[in-house]
Design a protein around this ligand. Structure first.
Ligand code: TPP
Length: 561
């Protein structure tokens, strides 16, 4: 078989497990898209715009481990930047592929359409280089295989986005055949001596503590170390709390699960047990102003052992170049069971409160909405929550074994959830995909519901219509937090046009919501959007507490010189 630059890239995408790639067409990438279409093992999935395309790929990477998005030069390449920077922040290997100007127009004074009427055509590469772990521009078919492999290998190893720009007249040019894919998939091994030193120092730290406790953070998935963390937890027999951004990265049905640790807005009893521990084992954690509740809960100091993706640190020690999964595997064989903190957790923790069912004709409340969403979850569910009160409502969900939870908490860009949910559902066809999205966020990227309809995906979208940016109201209110109301449920018919099978339903009472959920479960050939009408101030108490702390942190005056 002979290869072109484009078909080589397609082969690599298929080999690394991408059964789909997301795309928006434009004249700089049409020849490339044609080449990608020649490979039947990676299907082209179209998006309404490039920002959505980036988020769809980001969601796909959450479901599938990696993803690719293909856009045209400049007008597309700059639109997708927000989503790719988000993938960087969230440690997801999304490969951004852009068509590029013809080689004959580079290094000349030719002015091209879609550019800022400047002959410097390197700006998109330069911008992409700032937000990816590897950026390559391909202007020669001879070098293409090496450049493509370098970018994909870096993305997979570092769990970060990479950038591949391909000149539009090079995509169809012949190039060498791909070698074994294992060269892209093999991770860099730990240095054995450093690994041994890191594991034995960390094991000593744990042995020296009376009340060790594990805290899991969002980087655990990027390190592909969920199974290794579970094995260490079981060997140690201690409580395991998760950070909000890592919800579902440790099974919530496990007897050692200690809830979500999020400072003042933690699950009941979780903050107390974390504070009580004299040996906090932080695995893949990331502390920022939001996760520390405005810097009020920021674990640090001599009682903290940090096990990061490629790095172990504790007071007086620092070891880098070690892989997290190998560190955890090593520790699991060296620690002794210590259930002290688990016993204390059982004493501290009250039985979960049972939320009574609201009368079916009563006006819909947030608690009744969440009670019904909770009842919907199975081990096959994945819940995606958009920035807003959905973060806080989602945290309280008790996830059945196997259920997954997705949150874009480091980047926190509203508009993420609709396209990311679309991409996630493309990447996880067997799962029940549910999203909770505020009205304000929905308005950014709503049109991607049309792609869910196009692909007949039975996603359930809970559109929370509380008439504004409630999370912003709690941080800092003003007229800018009011938004124009839409007929959200009615929008689905607009997207259905002549052939779609999406359902748009409205729930103003608990009874209407129950009926809408029943209809959604029966709608197998398209998404169902359920518009839940809530009062503007019907938000979770945790949002209020957290918002107050974050507002205080934001309002700190400059330090005097
Ligand atoms: N623009 C982007 C792209 N991302 C952001 N995070 C913001 C602005 C600031 N922001 C954060 S949350 C939010 C805004 C504007 C409002 C969310 O409102 P909504 O989706 O209605 O959710 P609610 O808080 O009402 O639950």
């Amino acid at each position: 078989m002979t290869y072109t630059v484009g078909s080589y890239l397609a082969a690599r995408l298929a080999q690394i497990g991408l059964k789909h790639h997301f795309a928006v067409a434009g004249d700089f990438n049409l020849a490339l898209l044609d080449q990608l279409l020649t490979n039947e093992e990676t299907e082209q999935v179209y998006c309404c715009n490039e920002l959505n395309c980036g988020y769809a790929a980001e969601g796909y990477a959450r479901a599938n481990g990696a993803a690719a998005a293909v856009v045209t030069f400049s007008v597309g390449g700059l639109s997708i930047i927000n989503a790719i920077a988000g993938a960087n922040a969230e440690n997801l290997p999304v490969i951004l592929i852009s068509g590029g100007p013809n080689t004959n127009d580079r290094a000349t004074d030719h002015l091209l359409h879609h550019t800022m009427a400047t002959s410097d055509l390197s700006y998109q590469h330069d911008i992409a280089a700032r937000i990816t772990c590897c950026a390559v521009t391909i202007i020669s078919p001879d070098k293409a295989p090496y450049q493509i492999d370098s970018a994909i290998r870096a993305a997979l190893r570092e769990s970060k986005p990479a950038y591949i720009e391909i000149a539009c007249n090079i995509a169809g040019a012949s190039c060498a055949a791909p070698g074994p894919v294992s060269s892209l998939l093999a991770g860099a091994p730990s240095d054995p001596a450093t690994l041994e030193a890191a594991v034995s120092t960390a094991a000593d730290f744990i042995k020296g503590r009376k009340k060790p406790l594990i805290l899991i953070g969002s980087k655990l998935r990027a390190a592909k170390a969920e199974a290794a963390a579970l094995a260490l937890a079981q060997a140690l027999g201690c409580p395991v709390a998760v950070m909000a951004a890592a919800k579902s990265f440790f099974p919530e049905t496990h007897p050692q699960f200690a809830g979500v640790y999020w400072g003042e807005v933690s699950s009941p009893g979780t903050r107390e047990i974390v504070d009580w521990s004299d040996g906090l084992i932080c695995i893949g954690t990331l502390f920022n102003d939001y996760s520390t509740v405005g810097w009020t809960s920021n674990p640090a100091g001599a009682n903290v052992l940090t096990l990061d993706i490629d790095h172990v640190s504790l007071a007086g020690h620092d070891f880098s170049g070690v892989r997290l999964a190998e560190v955890l595997d090593g520790l699991a064989t060296r620690v002794e069971a210590n259930p002290t903190a688990l016993n204390e957790l059982h004493r501290l923790r009250a039985a979960p409160a049972v939320v009574p069912e609201a009368p079916p004709e009563a006006k819909l409340s947030r608690t009744e909405m969440m009670r019904q969403i909770q009842g919907l979850l199975t081990g096959d569910s994945t819940v995606l929550v958009e920035t807003g009160d959905s973060w806080f409502n989602g945290m309280n969900l008790a996830l059945p074994e196997g259920a997954r939870f997705e949150i874009e908490m480091q980047w926190g860009s509203i508009g993420w959830a609709v396209p990311a949910t679309f991409g996630y559902a493309v990447g996880a066809p067997g799962r029940q995909v549910i999203a909770m999205i505020g009205d304000g966020s929905f308005q950014l990227t709503a049109q991607e519901v049309a792609q869910m309809i196009r692909r007949k995906l039975p996603i359930i979208l809970f559109l929370i219509n509380n008439r504004g940016y409630t999370i912003e109201v709690e941080i800092h209110d003003g007229p800018y937090n009011n938004i124009k109301n839409w007929d959200y449920a009615g929008l689905i018919n607009v997207f259905n046009a002549e052939d779609g099978e999406g359902l748009g339903l409205r729930a103003g009472t608990g009874g209407e919501l129950a009926e809408a959920i029943t209809r959604a479960l029966g709608n197998a050939n398209g998404p169902t959007l359920i518009e839940c009408a809530l009062d503007r101030d019907d938000c979770s108490p945790n949002l209020i507490s957290w918002g107050r702390r974050v507002a205080t942190a934001n309002a700190r005056p400059p330090q005097p010189k």
